[in-house]
Design a protein around this ligand. Structure first.
Ligand SMILES: NC(=O)c1ccc[n+]([C@@H]2O[C@H](COP(=O)([O-])OP(=O)(O)OC[C@H]3O[C@@H](n4cnc5c(N)ncnc54)[C@H](O)[C@@H]3O)[C@@H](O)[C@H]2O)c1
Length: 388
């Protein structure tokens, strides 16, 4: 196989970002060949930008049936990721879905099954997994140096958005167009990293405020408490209404605590594990001696094009283990955000795996009672009777 012929579904900001680095030749063995979009102007703009040789299609269906591409990147609003992925797999194409992989887990299982049935390569655009700090954090936690995990806390409040961001309208920040707010739009990267670092929790209790700081109907402020199988606890806080905000992750284990913030990692390393100290220390006050280590995070290329490059390499060698993130893992972070919304709607604890029919039913209720039309193009509103 020579160059992999790529089609992009969705010629908006994310689609154009991917098209840009591919058309500049920054991804080896990949060639940008086609675009599909429901907006004809976006297709004209794409041809003007990347050349008339780019084939354009006014639906994903036509693109995947065209025979013009070997693989598609899906960069439409989230609801459409799974159904377009399913159609592409059915036509024998490889698929890279933008994050989040979908809006509700019930829908995402369909694309996971289609990927399994096709045997084609399935990736998800979790580009933040390529950042050196995140790779080092994963490496540290996997090494076991921190000992048994006790607690973690992710404060992710640097997603500030003003009302004018939401006033631009379109599919964002409505139940019908997007299916959620900060959890679905801004946080999928952190939720993915959170589960990549610490695994999935078994129980979630979340408090979501809907339109607390903005005139929107979806959540713009979230505080969630989780419990893990081993008894460890975790907290995840996010908001689009806090400025300046912070992005700080802390994890405590038997051997100390690790803090990741502003691209730096600090490990306060106990010389003796706290559990051992607790069992043997006799003089009342005191705590284990600890050493503060600045962990070198290294460098290297990161970002969207690394994810795309690895996807191309996985396609060429027919080896999914080369992917930055296997598409089938996308459901894990979505399960957490679905659980947080479900917990807030029910005002109760939610166990994982969640009751996905209950979640889907409540999501449909939100859509049915929505009074926000947000200048939505009707083609971009979830069809309540639709199959997806
Ligand atoms: N990984 C990242 O860092 C990152 C960054 C930005 C956006 N995204 C994701 O990319 C996706 C798109 O976001 P965006 O900011 O580019 O949105 P956007 O509104 O700028 O672009 C979406 C495009 O999709 C088209 N479209 C809508 N429905 C379609 C359909 N059914 N078939 C074909 N085309 C369709 C629209 O006409 C538009 O051109 C979202 O899921 C978002 O979460 C990811």
């Amino acid at each position: 196989m020579d160059e992999i012929r790529i089609g992009i579904v969705g010629a908006g900001s994310a689609g154009n970002n991917h098209a840009g680095y591919i058309s500049r030749g920054e991804v080896e063995d990949a060639e940008l060949c086609a675009f599909a979009d429901i907006n004809p102007q976006h297709l004209k703009d794409a041809q003007a930008r990347y050349g008339d040789h780019i084939k354009v299609y006014d639906s994903a269906d036509e693109l995947v049936a065209s025979g013009a591409v070997d693989a598609v990147i899906v960069a439409t609003p989230h609801y459409d990721h799974p159904p377009i992925g399913v159609k592409a797999f059915e036509k024998g194409l490889h698929v890279l879905l933008e994050k989040p992989v979908g809006v509700y887990t019930k829908q995402v299982k369909e694309v996971n099954e289609a990927a399994n049935a096709s045997g084609k390569i399935f990736g998800v655009m979790f580009n933040q997994r390529t950042r050196p700090t995140h790779i080092k954090m994963k490496d540290l936690l996997q090494s076991g140096e921190l000992g048994e995990l006790k607690r973690n806390c992710w404060l992710m409040t640097s997603w500030y958005r003003s009302q004018s961001y939401y006033n631009r309208g379109g599919w964002r920040a409505t139940w019908g167009g997007e299916g959620g707010g900060v959890l679905l739009n801004q946080c999928p990267h952190q939720l993915d990293l959170w589960q990549w670092f610490c695994g999935l929790p078994k129980k979630v209790r979340a408090f979501c405020a809907f339109g607390k700081y903005h005139d929107i109907e979806v959540e713009d402020d979230v505080t969630a408490y989780v419990e893990y199988e081993n008894g460890a606890t975790g907290m995840f806080v996010s908001s689009t209404g806090e400025a300046p905000g912070t992005n700080m992750f802390e994890v405590a284990g038997n051997m100390g605590r690790i803090e990741m913030s502003a691209g730096n990692i600090t490990f306060q390393r106990n010389r003796t594990g706290e559990r051992q100290f607790n069992a043997t220390h006799t003089s009342g006050m005191g705590k284990p001696e600890y050493w503060t280590c600045d962990v070198p995070v290294g460098g290297g290329e990161s970002g969207h094009k690394v994810v795309t490059q690895k996807w191309i390499e996985a396609i060429k060698s027919e080896d999914s283990s080369l992917l930055v993130a296997d598409g089938r893992e996308g459901i894990r972070s979505l399960e957490i955000s679905n659980a947080m919304l479900l917990s807030a709607w029910l005002d109760d604890w939610v166990e994982l795996p969640i009751d996905e029919d209950k979640f889907f039913g409540l999501l449909k209720e939100q859509i049915a009672k929505s009074s926000y039309d947000n200048n939505l193009d009707k083609d971009q509103v979830m069809d309540l009777k639709g199959s997806f």
